[in-house]
Design a protein around this ligand. Structure first.
Ligand code: HEC
Ligand code: HEC
Length: 301
């Protein structure tokens, strides 16, 4: 909705325009430690006052058209996405609130199971269709996380999909995946390969262990370039992740499949996972799944 009143209500007191040169250190304005009776009392903390003064000192930069990354930053601040997410070193649940974020899993997933993912480079990570799902249709892939992502409405967050894409663009970030060998991909994901299903769910099947996000949804959510970079070095894109580096320094640790060729292995895993819901379970999954009664109950509903 773009509702603009025909005539703005007149303010009860006259005040200088924000676009005028305001003195950030004025002893009589809204930023004064004890504002005069004619000025509103915002009960600003010293940090808030310092931030506003700093902004006024640099008001020139507010008059220029913001770059995509700045526009994204303004939206994340205005909607307080930073209460839950960090991005480029800003925000995230600080020490005082961190304990409220709980996991619903019976397994020890560490912070990954309870703290919302960081948003650094997320416009390069997620496909725009999935970004739209997360922002406007409650799209979620981490049922083990106790906190839920609030929905803010398309009118407020719709522009973020394009904004994040522009802010986070990298050379090659939209490249299509090279062709891969689907059968070899299944072997690599299975227990005779890298055993990704030790940790990751696979469609309707739980994993053999901790059960984190579903592998059959990865290629619909992620850009190939991010997926490739993540597998090559998970810690680089997600510091502290429990996901192991299977190709340290680019060297494949499984050498009996595709002759240990890193690039072909990763492209083949992608090709297999691209079958999505149609992907047959990888070798060793169904045979090794413990009986339901031997497993901790994981009921997120
Ligand atoms: C109350 C906490 C909370 C707030 C506030 C919040 N989010 Fe989230 N967000 C989450 C959680 C939890 C997830 C993980 C959802 C899942 O995958 O199950 C998430 C996931 C995401 C993802 C997907 C990231 C990925 O790598 O899969 C994006 C993008 C995102 N949020 C953007 C935003 C934006 C933009 C805002 C502000 C408009 C916002 N979030 C506000 C909790 C929050
Ligand atoms: C030891 C456990 C473990 C193994 C084995 C494992 N992963 Fe992961 N993986 C994780 C965890 C934990 C995460 C982060 C989950 C989260 O963000 O909620 C993750 C995240 C990912 C992501 C990033 C998804 C995102 O949207 O952030 C991809 C892609 C991925 N794994 C693929 C694989 C593939 C392919 C394999 C096998 C080659 C594999 N994983 C093996 C634990 C594992």
């Amino acid at each position: 909705m773009n509702w603009v009143p025909a005539k703005p209500p007149s303010p009860p007191v006259s005040s200088p325009s924000l676009s005028a040169e305001l003195d950030p250190d004025a002893a009589t304005g809204c930023l004064a430690t004890s504002p005069p009776p004619t000025a509103p009392r915002y009960l600003l903390s010293p940090a808030q006052r310092a931030a506003l003064q700093d902004a006024l000192r640099h008001s020139d930069s507010m008059r220029t058209t913001p770059k995509p990354a700045e526009r994204v930053g303004h939206t994340l601040a205005a909607l307080n996405c930073y209460a839950c997410h960090s991005r480029d070193g800003w925000g995230g649940p600080g020490a005082s609130r961190s304990d409220f974020f709980q996991t619903l899993s019976d397994y020890d997933l560490g912070d990954e199971g309870r703290l919302p993912p960081h948003l650094s480079g997320v416009g390069h990570k997620l496909r725009p269709e999935w970004l739209g799902e997360v922002l406007t249709n409650a799209g979620a892939v981490r049922p083990y996380m106790g906190v839920r992502m609030p929905q803010f409405g398309t009118v407020n967050v719709g522009p973020l999909t394009a904004g994040l894409r522009d802010a986070d663009a990298r050379p090659g970030s939209l490249d299509p995946a090279p062709p891969g060998d689907v059968k070899a991909g299944a072997e690599l994901v299975g227990v005779g390969g890298y055993a990704c299903i030790q940790c990751h769910r696979f469609g309707p099947h739980p994993s053999l262990g901790i059960s984190v996000m579903d592998l059959t949804r990865m290629t619909q959510r992620l850009h190939w370039d991010w997926f490739r970079r993540y597998l090559e070095n998970p810690g680089l894109l997600r510091a502290g992740t429990r996901m192991p580096a299977f190709w340290p320094e680019g060297q494949a640790s499984v050498t009996h499949i595709l002759e240990g060729d890193t690039a072909r292995q990763i492209a083949s895993i992608w090709a297999y996972l691209s079958l999505a819901a149609e992907a047959p379970p990888p070798p060793g999954l169904l045979e090794n799944l413990p009986q339901a009664t031997d497993r901790p109950t994981v009921d997120y509903e």
